[in-house]
Design a protein around this ligand. Structure first.
Ligand code: NAP
Ligand code: F7E
Length: 352
C-alpha cells in the first residue's frame, strides 16, 4: 500500500454528504485532497466549511476547483493540472424523485458525467504514464425491481428511475474501462446511507428535520409519500471508509456496501418520533406528490464480499443512526427557534 502522506486524491461531489465525510477521512490519513465543485449562485460548501483550509497558508492540503460534470474539457484539464493518485467520483444528480422531472439532465450528469471523467483519467494516464485509481459511486437503485433478496454483486440490475438507469450506465462504463484499458477502477454498490449531513429532501433527513421543528413548535405536520418502501440504511461515515479500502486493493473490483438489515419508511418514522416520545401517526400525513412513477419496494444488501475481501463492516446500527440524526436536528431546530424568536425569518425546508 502506498504511503497516504504522499498521496493525492480528487473528489467529485465534494460539497455533498459523502464528499464531506470522505474528505475528512482522506485528510486524516495525510492525503492532499482536491475537491471538484460546481458554480452555484449561493454558497454550497456548508458541509466542508469546518475543514476548509486557506490555500495560501503553508500546510494546506484541501484545494477546491470549479468544474461541472457535464463539461468534459474542464474535467480533462483538471486531471492534468492536479495529477491525482486516486479519483473518487461521487458527484451526481442524486435524487431519485427529481430524476423523473429531469431525466435528460440526470442521464447527462450522473451517467455520461462518469464516462467523461473516465475518459479524462484514461487520457491523463496514457499521456503521463502515471497510475490513477478510480472509484465509481454506484447505487443499490440499480437493483430497482429486485430479482432476489438480499441483493449481492451478482444480482441482475433492473433500475426503476432515470437516476437508476444513469447509474447502471456509469457502472458498466467503469467496468468496461477496467476491462478495456486496464484501469484500476472499482465500483462501490452502496445501499442508502444517511447522517446529520444528509440532504434535507431525502426521506430520513426530511423526517428528522421535521421532528426537530415539531418539538420546537416550528412545524405541525410532516407530509410524506410511500411509507411501505423498505431500505437498508447505514451511516455515511462508515461507508466512505469502504470507498477508500476499495482503492487500496491490488486488484480493482465491485462491492456491495450495506448493513444487511432493512426497515420500512414507516419503521424509520416510528423509531425517530419514538426517540422524542411522540407518535408519528399524530404528525405524518400522506401527500401523493411524493409518490414516484415507479417505486423500489425493497432493498436489502448482502455485504459478505466487502467483509471478506476488504475487512469492512458497518459500525453504526439503525437505532444509533436514528438517534444521531434526531439529536442533531433537535439542536438545529433549537438554533432556528432562537433566531425565529429574535424576529428572523427562517424558511422551512422544502419537501421532495
Ligand atoms: P449528494 O449529497 O446529493 O451530493 C452530490 C454531489 O454532487 C454534490 O456535491 C453536488 O453539488 C454534486 N453535483 C451534482 N451535480 C453536479 C454537476 N453537474 N457537476 C458537478 N457536481 C455536481 O449525494 P451523496 O449522498 O453524497 O452521494 C454521493 C454519491 O453516491 C452520488 O453519486 C450518489 O448518487 C451516490 N450514492 C449515494 C447513496 C446514498 O444513500 N447517499 C447511495 C448510493 C449511491 P451541489 O452541492 O452543488 O449540489
Ligand atoms: O427515498 C420513500 C421513497 O429519497 C427513500 C439516494 O441517495 O438512496 C437514495 O435514494 C424511500 C423511497 O432515497 C418520501 O418513495 C416516502 O421509497 O430517501 P429517498 P432513495 O430514493 O432510496 C439511493 C441508494 C441512492 O443512490 C440515491 O442517490 O422513501 N419516501 N416519502 C420518500 N422519499 C422522499 N425523498 N420524500 C418523501 O416525502
Amino acid at each position: 500500500m502506498a504511503d497516504p502522506a504522499n498521496q493525492s486524491a480528487l473528489v467529485t461531489g465534494v460539497t455533498g454528504q459523502d464528499g464531506s465525510y470522505l474528505v475528512e477521512l482522506l485528510l486524516a490519513k495525510g492525503y492532499t485532497v482536491h475537491g471538484l465543485m460546481r458554480r452555484t449562485s449561493t454558497f454550497s460548501t456548508e458541509r466542508i466549511d469546518h475543514i476548509y483550509q486557506d490555500p495560501h497558508e503553508s500546510g494546506a492540503r484541501l484545494f477546491l476547483h470549479f468544474a461541472d460534470l457535464t463539461d468534459a474539457s474542464a474535467l480533462s484539464r483538471l486531471l492534468h493540472e492536479i495529477g491525482p493518485d486516486e479519483v473518487y467520483h461521487l458527484g451526481a444528480q442524486s435524487h431519485v424523485r427529481v430524476s423523473f422531472d429531469q431525466p435528460i439532465y440526470t442521464a447527462d450528469a450522473t451517467g455520461v458525467g462518469a464516462l467523461k471523467l473516465l475518459e479524462a483519467v484514461r487520457d491523463y494516464r496514457d499521456t503521463t504514464g502515471k497510475t490513477v485509481r478510480f472509484y465509481q459511486a454506484s447505487s443499490s437503485e440499480m437493483f430497482g425491481k429486485v430479482h432476489e433478496v438480499p441483493q449481492r454483486e451478482t444480482t441482475p440490475f433492473h433500475p426503476r428511475s432515470p437516476y437508476g438507469v444513469a447509474k447502471v450506465f456509469a457502472h458498466w462504463a467503469t467496468v468496461n474501462y477496467r476491462e478495456s484499458y486496464d484501469l484500476h477502477a472499482s465500483c462501490g454498490i452502496l445501499f442508502n446511507h444517511e447522517s446529520p449531513r444528509r440532504g434535507e429532501t431525502f426521506v430520513t433527513r426530511k423526517i428528522t428535520r421535521a421532528i426537530g421543528r415539531i418539538k420546537h413548535g416550528l412545524q405541525d405536520k410532516l407530509y410524506l409519500g410511500n411509507l411501505d418502501a423498505k431500505r437498508d440504511w447505514g451511516f455515511a461515515g462508515d461507508y466512505v471508509e469502504a470507498m477508500w479500502l476499495m482503492l487500496q486493493q491490488d486488484e480493482p473490483d465491485d462491492y456491495v456496501i450495506a448493513t444487511a438489515e432493512t426497515y420500512s419508511v414507516r419503521a424509520f418514522c416510528e423509531a425517530a418520533f419514538g426517540r422524542v416520545e411522540l407518535d408519528y401517526k399524530d404528525f405524518v400525513e400522506i401527500d401523493p406528490r411524493y409518490f414516484r412513477p415507479a417505486e423500489v419496494d425493497i432493498l436489502l444488501g448482502d455485504p459478505t464480499k466487502a467483509k471478506t475481501k476488504l475487512g469492512w463492516e458497518p459500525k453504526v446500527s439503525f437505532d444509533e443512526l436514528v438517534a444521531m440524526m434526531v439529536d442533531a436536528d433537535l439542536e438545529l431546530a433549537a438554533r432556528e427557534k432562537t433566531l425565529t424568536d429574535a424576529g428572523h425569518v427562517i424558511v422551512p425546508p422544502m419537501g421532495e
